[in-house]
Design a protein around this ligand. Structure first.
Ligand SMILES: Nc1ncnc2c1ncn2[C@@H]1O[C@H](COP(=O)(O)OP(=O)(O)OP(=O)(O)O)[C@@H](O)[C@H]1O
Ligand SMILES: [Mg+2]
Length: 398
């Protein structure tokens, strides 16, 4: 067996260290049983590592006034006659008490003062090492948080810059497309006076359709660039909007895709309703398109999680490899060639950010994809404002 100092130095996780120490207490220091009790709150503790203890002690959790002889007596009483003596060694690191090493002995094996001193040294070493390991863990998690925050910020800045560019492009395009659309309408009217079946009429109707699609795309660009003038935030019932989105997306399911809906009570949230519906339609349609020619299921679930309302869209399609997953929220990223603009999820992402919400994706190849949108509950319930009716949803949200 390695010396305890080496064991502690090798164990990276606090849990591993604690397990090594209770093992060493029994195997090297001659205790008949050992436990580490961790402080849970100012008056509660629990066993986090145990060796050679009866099960009632292994799972012990209870009130702790102080990590002293009284705690030892409480634990001894739980041992059901297994042990006769107990020794409680508080674990203190950098002035913080975070638990105690508790050693149990049977009578003929009662510890000598020399052995007790050794045990105290072990407790000090343990306290120091575990304290450092906890600090390291805190540092690791702080670094992780920092990295995520930086990535979020970078993504946000990129979106902002693209948004401004998109606003300019959308503005100019709209100025071109609107008059073109009016001219085409005029032309169609003139051609209708011609003999029935004029080939020019078909041509104009086709051109009108193309222009309409162009205007649709411009609308999506405008939404993405946050310049959408009709953007109005309201306190809404998420389930109402999910129902609207389902009605718009359902015709796309055809025979192959089953839409399973489970709407549960969710708190009201503050959103721009038509943009939310458009984002949902895009995500549901993405799921249907991902299933493609196969048969599959798209599950739409709503509910409450930690004072947030969520909607989850999960499909059992092909899922995404990491190189696709890492880019799906980027504007203009698409794997659909000319039939996709790659704006759907970027718009949904920007929308969630603008409303203090989050959008998360869990996926793996062959395991489908699950998108979850979550928004904070409205704290002070506002009277429902009158909605503009009828609302125009960006049906172009393919
Ligand atoms: N449920 C899904 N399963 C598999 N891949 C998906 C899923 N949802 C999105 N994707 C991937 O993410 C890409 C980006 O989606 P996004 O909605 O932003 O754009 P798009 O659907 O390609 O085009 P559009 O702008 O018309 O929506 C898709 O091209 C596809 O590769
Ligand atoms: Mg899409």
């Amino acid at each position: 067996m390695l010396p305890l100092g080496d064991l502690l130095a090798r164990a990276a996780e606090p849990r591993e260290m604690l397990a090594s120490v209770v093992a060493a207490a029994v195997e090297s220091l001659g205790a008949d049983g050992a436990a580490v009790i961790q402080v849970l709150s100012s008056s509660e503790g629990r066993v986090v590592a145990a060796r050679s203890l009866p099960s009632a002690l292994e799972e012990w959790r209870g009130e702790v006034d102080a990590f002293d002889a009284e705690l030892g007596e409480t634990l001894l009483a739980r041992a059901d006659g297994h042990f006769d003596e107990v020794c409680v060694l508080p674990l203190v690191s950098s002035g913080d008490l975070f638990g105690a090493l508790v050693l149990f002995f049977r009578r003929p094996n009662a510890p000598t003062p020399e052995r007790l001193r050794q045990c105290e040294d072990v407790a000090k070493l343990l306290a120091m090492s575990v304290g450092k390991a906890y600090q390291l863990e805190e540092l690791r998690s702080a670094y992780e948080q920092l990295r995520t925050a930086r990535e979020k910020l970078e993504r946000g800045e990129k979106l902002h810059a693209l948004g401004e560019m998109a606003a300019g492009v959308a503005h100019d395009l709209k100025n071109i497309l609107n008059p073109l659309s009016l001219q085409l309408q005029l032309m169609r009217r003139l051609l209708r006076r011609e003999p029935v079946g004029s080939p020019a009429l078909d041509c104009v109707e086709e051109m009108e359709q193309v222009v309409r699609r162009g205007i649709d795309t411009v609308e999506r660009l405008r939404a993405f660039s946050r310049q959408s003038p009709e953007s109005r935030v309201e306190a809404v019932d998420m389930n109402d909007l999910v129902t609207e989105a389902l009605a718009l997306a359902r015709p796309r399911c055809g025979e192959r895709v089953e839409l399973v809906v489970d709407l549960r009570a969710a708190p009201r949230v503050e959103l721009e309703p038509s943009e939310f519906v458009a984002a949902l339609v895009n995500i549901i349609v993405n799921a249907i398109e991902a299933i493609g020619e196969h048969h599959g299921t798209v599950r739409v679930t709503t509910g409450e999680e930690g004072r947030r309302a969520f909607v989850r869209i999960a499909d059992d399609g092909p899922g995404m490899p990491p190189e696709v997953q890492g880019h799906v929220f980027e504007p203009f990223f698409t794997t659909k060639g000319r039939s996709g603009t790659g704006l759907g999820l970027a718009i949904a992402f920007a929308f969630a950010q603008r409303h203090g919400g989050e959008i998360a994706l869990v996926t793996a190849v062959g395991q489908g994809a699950t998108f979850t949108l979550a928004f904070p509950a409205v704290e002070v319930e506002k009277p429902p404002s009158t909605r503009a009716a009828p609302r125009s949803h960006r049906r172009g949200a393919r």
